[in-house]
Design a protein around this ligand. Structure first.
Ligand SMILES: C[S@@+](CC[C@H](N)C(=O)[O-])C[C@H]1O[C@@H](n2cnc3c(N)ncnc32)[C@H](O)[C@@H]1O
Length: 283
């Protein structure tokens, strides 16, 4: 692959998914796009770039973009955000929405579904304490392939062994040969949709809690800042945003401030006379 081919791919990925690919990540292009070449019987990366430049095969282009995404995820990843969600945010916001009787949660880079299903299992457990407030969970991702797996709700033994407590496995999954199938009750609590975060998402309306974890890390600074600004518009004034452990709003936007006690949790600045208020004590 020539430097010009690599630059072409970098520009394509940046414009299609926001992925900011450093020059030293050239090896990643080679390892991830090899299978796309083989699938389409394209001899190598220079020829693949030729096909892309020709612009006549949009499905190959989509596959290239999806192949370059990192889809790593697991149930209850990092644990603490889910504890805060269950013990503090959910009861607090359900009480605040006692009149509207509705709470909206958005899982904005849901990958293969473990994150939104973790939230759904918590909501199911908390239902008796939510005062009849209906909780809607929207899960979106750029990549169709991971969304299809998320919608199917079928996981391998390895996947259910990562982060999922055994009681939850036994309660909410059914074994099906080598696989584990999530119950229809939990599956139906989550609505899955394709969505590209670098495009306008204002039509989704307003959410109370947004999980947008481990995706901003792949974007450059202006793209991160732009997504965060638009996320702040999509969040209720008393809502909350969770980012991944390696992500932050600091130096990117004044629209959010870090919660003083909980790493990874951010609150909209417009609602908060500084410093941000303490959340209610754990239930
Ligand atoms: C590393 S996974 C994170 C999954 C989950 N949030 C977690 O933390 O476990 C990143 C996900 O972001 C998705 N993604 C990448 N670029 C995106 C974009 N521009 N819009 C929406 N999703 C994107 C990828 O397809 C991938 O599934």
């Amino acid at each position: 692959m020539t430097d010009a081919d690599f630059e072409y791919l970098r520009a394509l990925l940046k414009s299609r998914s926001g992925l900011s690919l450093a020059p030293e990540k050239r090896y990643l292009v080679e390892s991830r796009l090899g299978p796309v070449c083989r699938k389409h019987q394209i001899p190598g990366l220079p020829q693949l770039v030729q096909v892309l430049r020709g612009g006549r095969n949009s499905s190959v282009e989509t596959e290239v973009v999806e192949a370059m995404t990192t889809n790593e995820t697991f149930f209850f990843r990092d644990k603490t955000p889910f504890d805060i969600f269950r013990d503090q945010l959910l009861p607090k916001l359900a009480a605040a929405r006692a009149t509207q009787k509705r709470l909206r949660i958005w899982c904005a880079a849901a990958s293969t579904g473990q994150e939104p299903y973790s939230l759904a299992m918590i909501v199911d457990e908390m239902k008796p304490r939510l005062g009849g407030v209906q909780v809607d969970i929207l899960a979106t991702d750029l990549a169709d392939e991971v969304l299809a797996k998320a919608k199917a709700g079928v996981y391998s033994q390895f996947e259910v062994q990562r982060g999922l407590p055994i009681q939850m496995l036994l309660k909410h999954f059914k074994q099906d040969g080598e696989q584990w199938r999530i119950s229809p009750a939990i599956k139906n609590m989550v609505q899955f949709r394709p969505l590209n975060l670098i495009r306008d998402f204002s039509s989704l309306g307003q959410f109370d809690i947004v999980f947008c974890r481990n995706v901003l890390i792949y974007f450059d600074q202006p793209t991160k800042a732009d997504v965060l600004r638009r996320l702040s518009n999509a969040l209720a004034a008393d809502g909350a945003l969770f980012l991944g452990a390696a992500e932050t709003v600091i130096g990117l936007t004044g629209a959010f401030q870090p919660h003083p006690e909980h790493r990874g949790l951010y609150v909209p600045t417009r609602a908060q006379p500084a410093p941000a208020p303490r959340l209610a004590a754990s239930a």
